[in-house]
Write a protein that binds this ligand. Sequence first.
Ligand code: ASP
Length: 279
Amino acid sequence: MATKVVKFGGSSLADAKQIQKAAAIIKADPQRRYVVPSAPGKRFSKDIKVTDMLYTCYDLAEQGLDFSDALQAIRERYNDIITGLGMTFSLDDEFEEIAANFKKRAGKDYAASRGEYLNGKVIAAYLGFPFVDAAEVIFFQPDGSLNDEKTESVLRERLSTLEHAVVPGFYGCGADGYVKTFSRGGSDVTGSIVAGAVKASLYENWTDVSGCLVTDPRIVKNPEVIHTITYMELRELAYMGASVLHEDAIFPVRKAGIPINIRNTNRPEDDGTMIVEST
Ligand code: ASP
């Protein structure tokens, strides 16, 4: 059976309702075996992403200030999700551990990564899929770049034993053994790495738009969606500000000859944009 890797962005997982949509998409196709979630994003335009809440919270911890209210606000985001999904699932142990690690100054990257880590735990439990901690399968070099050889072999070996898995996006293990993140928007990169490692037939990147648009929606109303685009054309578009994907997300799949499909979680009936080697 062909394997698809599906990455869901923060707005696709911002609350219980969005997670239910994502779960329905995953369950609708048995080929969607490996799931890479972002942290919960914005539920409305003035909302704050969990990743940003974590940065703020950790800032307080680093300054030796009381961060309990800030951490409690994050906890409430997850509790709302858990109750909204009708689950009896507790993140009490995880939050205790996070608070202790914040006190020990576990690092800014560790702090930010907890958004994906916790969301991955919730989504894995909701789907009934095993959870694979990205810190055990994604590795960085001392210079901060990806250790792609080690990552590919460990990831492939680990996933070869699992029919399904949830691998949280955005982070891995630094050369010093501490959690390290990619740059912002880096869950796209994780999805691409996972797709490359398992030699997926397709990397589906689920977001809140129905693909790449021919023009900037801020300038032209209801621009048309591009059906198919090459990796190279996408790069040119990205220079013009039409960024739908983290730029480092191209290489791992392109190298493995895997197309990317940009899809809309809120309109799964739309085909989205296919990003391919050549048309
Ligand atoms: N949660 C991280 C961010 O806000 C990574 C991601 O969503 O891809 O940048």
